[in-house]
Design a protein around this ligand. Structure first.
Ligand SMILES: [Zn+2]
Length: 337
């Protein structure tokens, strides 16, 4: 990960930052950096009283340069812990109790990180999901925003579907994406991002029928609730879906939207030293955003031996690949250009 540039941060702010960091004894955390808005970013746990709960992420980021000293490292061991924990809970078909339990835990984790969280509940129809009959019922998205978030101001959405097909514990599909999302949300809460980020764990991404609108129900719901101003404020959306499969990191669009986000992500991969490849794909939560005119990308989708089967276990997820995807996204979220 690229580090250390202070960009156009005024010199006196750097001096204040360094002094504050030294005084706090937490130079590793860059505890005194500014977020480019003249406000201090959330205080890290390490630089405040020992038992202080997680910082409150700020939604007031701007496109002004961020000081990038010693960002907290993406922790692939923590991400693998999330993958294992989700897989241990068994299949998470969107209307199941296991899904609700997983959604509760993801929401709690995001709240613990200081985000304001809510659920978007919606109904899904009965149908067939990868050869298994599924009933109609209720499910939900988990949505987390930084404190002070204003949906009519420029922002990004990073999402990952939390549900699984009925026969799979969903380690790679898509515990991997959720795990990377939670780690990114943690690091973003500590160092900020160039634009405020809405983190979404989507429900009911997996198909309930063959038609184009018979899957991705959670992202369809999210998009349907945006008014015109909010849609215009959404500067980019990334779906993290099956991100633990070995190989070059796939960065796809569905072919409708401008490729700006895909291009930015590929450039971020280049800067982070991560091999990546452009691709076309419509089978994830970026697609409803793209159909609505959004500029999007889907990251992930390399072949996995356990795909949509009971063999989709944590052993099929590469911690190194989670690290690489985390580095690409972190670079993209922090980039000042
Ligand atoms: Zn998936």
């Amino acid at each position: 990960m690229r580090r250390g540039s202070v960009g156009r941060v005024p010199h006196q702010l750097v001096v204040i930052a360094v002094t504050a960091a030294l005084l706090a004894g937490c130079a590793r955390d860059g505890g005194g950096e500014t977020d480019g808005t003249g406000q201090r970013p959330p205080t890290t746990a390490a630089s405040s009283a020992a038992s202080t709960p997680a910082a409150t992420p700020t939604g007031t980021s701007t496109t002004a340069p961020l000081e990038r000293t010693e960002a907290p490292a993406f922790d692939s061991a923590a991400a693998m812990g999330t993958v294992r924990s989700l897989a241990r809970g068994g299949p998470r078909e969107a209307t199941s109790a296991a899904y609700r339990r997983a959604a509760d835990r993801v929401q709690q984790r995001l709240a613990d990180l200081g985000y304001t969280t809510r659920r978007q509940a919606f109904r899904v129809p009965a149908g067939e999901s990868w050869g298994v009959a599924v009933g109609s019922g209720r499910t939900s998205n988990v949505v987390a925003v930084p404190a002070g978030f204003a949906p009519e101001r420029p922002h990004l959405v990073v999402g990952a579907h939390l549900d699984t097909v009925p026969q799979s514990p969903g380690a790679e599909d898509n515990g991997s994406g959720v795990a990377v999302l939670l780690e990114l949300a943690r690091t973003a809460a500590e160092v900020g991002t160039r634009l405020p980020v809405v983190w979404v764990a989507f429900g009911a991404e997996e198909p309930r029928g063959p038609a184009d609108d018979e899957h991705h129900f959670g992202s369809q719901e999210y998009v349907a609730r945006l008014d015109g101003t909010q849609q215009a404020a959404l500067r980019g959306m990334v779906s993290l879906d099956r991100v633990g499969g070995r190989g070059r990191v796939p960065v796809c669009t569905g072919g409708l939207s401008p490729v700006r986000v895909r291009r930015e992500l590929l450039a971020a991969a280049d800067r982070a030293g991560v091999p990546a490849r452009a691709c076309d794909n419509r089978t994830s939560d970026h697609w409803p955003f793209e159909k609505a005119g959004g500029t999007v990308a889907r990251v992930g989708g390399n072949d996995s031996p356990g795909y949509h089967s009971p063999r989709d276990r944590p052993s099929t997820v590469s911690p190194r690949q989670l690290d690489r995807v985390g580095a690409v996204l972190a670079e993209w979220l922090m980039a000042t250009s």
